[in-house]
Design a protein around this ligand. Structure first.
Ligand code: CO6
Length: 495
């Protein structure tokens, strides 16, 4: 029932957007007609515009050219650092013919390390995009051409300004003509596609953040239509303590992408997938030892149930991971060899002071391993809060270099998806990783030999056998298992 309501609501919104686009196109066509009066040089310039975008370009070109035609500046993609030579263009926030102001977001690019927003340095009109979305853009090569509004704006050919997407706030915040607007890239895109200025939309999200809903409401007001309430919102208020989670608000689970082509498709490896190919190939050089065990987490399940509401009161979603992470840190303090790295020539081993525990994460961009830094200094609640932050960034595809680098040990919770056993692959230059299976309710014997109901989880460890022997791995695993079988014992070691 909810699905049907959601379906019809989505269909209605699509129709509404189409209707509005058609309206915009008519306006643009009308502007295009008067364009016949424009001088020839401007016509030449617009003839560079690609395909179906030209109409809109003509409309906007008329305005920009008639006012003050400036020089065309070719922006090159400048050095992003960390030896990155190429990036994938994830999303354009502008199209050819769009008017941009300084600091407006132009596009988002993705290196194998971070997501970066490119912003405009000039006021002007975009006359050329050098790449389509998903293309690989090269550092030092042109990204866009901008015809500046006045010749006084023009400096020599300059690099674009880049904003590393280190944090969600940083990434989604921009200042346009003195007005602060906050919106995700997807919302900016929706606004752009419908020719809506974000500065004219009132945001109903936290701190005035503009949500998809606000854009659709704005559209509805423009077209005189009334939108049915949408079951989806971009941000979600937490459920009240004790309340059952409202299933309607959950986005549908991500399934495998359907292949619609009727022939084989070959495409270049890009972005994070390319990085994964590189790091996993390097991991092949590591002789892995494997060790598996079972953990009875019944007490942990009860404890987490008890603490969940309290954590929610602190604005934190408490899953099992923070306990797994904190227990690992307590064990690393005892077994520093597992929180170390070996140099490439196998001559030196470095024991890391920080427990920066990487967490394999299923993100909008695929599998990434952001790190919870300095776990040895954090409480379980603080670990949970940090994990929540990373998950939020991961879901939005906005994890940046700072969050994705510096790991010293990793945990992969495949059990939150399914699966019981795994064979995790060490992330160089780390030397160990653990994979956690699904917590299952299984029959077990108690001390008196009676069958009881137990929550059992399997753990699979991989360690670099060049520096870690099986006995060390097993002792580490035993200690970790004991902490989780008797979570209260962790209290004795917390600082
Ligand atoms: N068993 C049962 N239930 C679980 C488990 C396990 N292992 N783990 C989490 N959960 C529960 C969790 O407690 C939540 O329940 P409620 O609080 O009652 O709602 C729920 O599942 C959802 O948890 P969520 O995934 O949101 O949070 P969690 O902190 O447990 O996990 C995360 C964080 C980042 C690990 C997770 O969001 C994620 O991305 N998981 C996928 C990781 C992944 O892709 N791993 C594969 C890496 S490749 O390991 C690999 C060796 C190969 C196979």
């Amino acid at each position: 029932m909810a699905a049907i309501a959601r379906g019809s609501s989505a269909l209605f919104r699509r129709l509404l957007i189409q209707q509005y686009r058609r309206r915009c196109l008519r306006v643009q066509e009308a502007r295009g007609l008067s364009f016949g009066l424009l001088p020839a040089p401007t016509l030449d310039r617009t003839s560079q515009v690609r395909g179906g975008r030209s109409l809109q370009m003509l409309g906007r070109g008329l305005h920009a050219s008639a006012a003050h035609r400036g020089a065309v500046v070719q922006f090159k993609l400048s050095d992003i650092g960390e030896g990155i030579m190429e990036v994938t263009v994830k999303e354009w926030y502008v199209k050819e013919g769009d008017k941009v102001s300084q600091f407006d977001s132009i596009c988002e690019v993705q290196s194998d390390k971070a997501s970066v927003t490119i912003t405009s340095r000039y006021d002007g009109v975009i006359t050329k995009l050098y790449y389509d979305a998903d293309d690989v853009a090269l550092v030092g090569k042109p990204l866009v051409d901008i015809e500046t509004e006045s010749t006084s704006d023009v400096i020599q050919e300059e690099d674009v300004v880049e904003t590393p997407a280190m944090a969600r706030e940083e990434h989604t915040h921009q200042e346009i003509k003195g007005l602060k607007t906050q919106a995700t890239p997807a919302v900016r895109r929706l606004a752009m596609e419908n020719n809506i200025k974000l500065s004219e939309v009132v945001g109903s999200g936290k701190d005035g953040r503009i949500l998809k809903e606000d854009i659709l409401d704005f559209l509805a007001r423009q077209t005189g239509a009334i939108l049915p309430p949408s079951p989806f919102r971009e941000t979600r208020t937490p459920d009240p303590p004790g309340a059952a989670p409202s299933a309607e608000l959950q986005p549908p689970p991500a399934g495998p992408r359907r292949v619609l082509a009727d022939k084989d498709v070959t495409e270049p490896l890009k972005g994070f997938r390319k990085a994964m190919a590189k790091s996993m190939t390097a991991a092949l050089a590591i002789p892995h030892l494997g060790l598996c065990d079972q953990v009875d987490v019944s007490r942990l399940v009860a404890l987490r149930d008890e603490l969940k509401a309290e954590a929610r009161g602190h604005g934190v979603n408490l899953s099992y991971m923070p306990f797994f992470i904190k227990a690992a840190s307590l064990c690393l303090a005892r077994f520093p060899i597992l929180n170390a790295s070996l140099d490439q020539s196998c001559q030196n081993i470095t024991y890391k002071v920080s427990h920066n525990i990487g967490v394999a994460m299923d993100t909008a961009l695929g599998l990434l391993v952001p790190t919870v830094k300095n776990v040895q200094l954090l409480s379980i609640l603080e670990v949970a809060r940090e994990l929540n932050r990373l998950q939020e960034l991961g879901a939005a595809g906005q994890l940046g270099t700072a969050d994705l680098s510096g790991g010293t040990f990793s945990l992969s919770n495949i059990g939150s998806i399914g699966g019981t056993y795994a064979k995790p692959v060490i992330l160089p230059p780390e030397v160990a990783i653990g994979a956690l299976g699904k917590i299952q309710v299984l029959p077990r014997f108690d001390a008196s030999g009676h069958v009881i109901r137990a929550h059992v989880m399997n753990v699979s460890w991989s360690a670099d056998h060049r520096v870690i022997d099986g006995a060390t791995m097993c002792r580490f695993s035993n200690m970790w298992r004991d902490f989780l079988q008797n979570p209260a014992s962790m209290l004795l070691h917390l600082k």
